[in-house]
Design a protein around this ligand. Sequence first.
Ligand code: PLP
Length: 377
Amino acid sequence: MKVRYSYLQEQFHDQAIDEIFVEIRKLIKTGEFTLGPQVKDFEGRFARLIGTRYAIGVASGTDALKLSLKAIGVGPGDEVITAANTFIATAGAIAELGARVVFVDCNENYVMDVSKVEAAITHKTKAIMPVHFTGEPVDMDRLRSITEHRGQWLVEDACQSILANYKGKNCGTMSIAAGFSLHPLKNLNVWSDGGMIVTDDQEMDQKLRLLRNHGLADRDTIECFGYNSRLDSIQAIVGNWLIGQAEEITAKRRSNAKYYDNGLADLGRHVVLPPRREEALSCFHLYMFMVPAVMRNELVHWLNQVGIEAKVHYPIPLYRQKGLKHLGYPAGTFPVADDQANRVVSLPVDQHVTREQQDYVLNSIADFFKKKGHREW
Ligand SMILES: *Cc1c(COP(=O)(O)O)cnc(C)c1O
């Protein structure tokens, strides 16, 4: 049996393509390829889905983070604190503005360990960017209690966390602005790059609309330097087609995750699941669990060999990457992120994975342990 990681061909089935093409054909007839009515429509739907007053379409998730930081004034000389384990784009967005990336270690949920944030704050800390990594909400209440009396901005990296929920609030609604990604690998995805910023703040909304479009208030009025970072009308059409399914997609991912949780719990002490917290509901962009470091690569290899596209997010923490050496973190600075990098495995958990496929995945993992013999470890 094959259990593929990418489900895009199932999601964008022939009928879906036909429906989307009808709308694209209409767009071509109007020629409004940039910031057309489709973008406005999609922004409205996105804001309603997340529960914010505003949503601003941009060219990518990375730009959503970068423009949000730019709008609150992050620049050279500033420091921005984020999590040691995240996709490179989080750190990249901070670095692109000339600010310094400051990492803090992760917790057992693979996200920022908020108890370590206070020690990382200096007089240069302008903002903190929690990442709801894998779709797991960061402890935002605790984070807010720290920044409220210290005065830093919070900007959520919500790129993996559409409809993830913390104490009844959606991720993206707990900071001045939050960035979402519409990249083909994300839960709500389009046919190329795309991103969305959400905010409740009218001033931020206005600033961000300027920043994404060269600082242009209108064709002849330049308010500030900005970027060319608009969401394509074509991508907004795809987003509009899919967004009605967002709740259903999330529910299916949660149900699949629960099924894996139950199945993996039977496999013994070698399998470690992150704690499932009552106050936090992941949207399971990624389904990750841990095995002992000595087994991890062999297990992933085994699963790949039997047709299951298991993955590792990520094998080398950012701070130990060659391209980030200049940040000056010696190896061993973030022991939890290091340990997780050696132990995590991600399984396909998307809305198109079937129970039959999940059983095959669980049986294959069980077979691996049987084949190796528990004694050996
Ligand atoms: C995908 C992702 C981004 C960047 O989004 P793009 O749309 O690819 O630019 C940023 N942060 C995290 C955590 C991501 O997973």
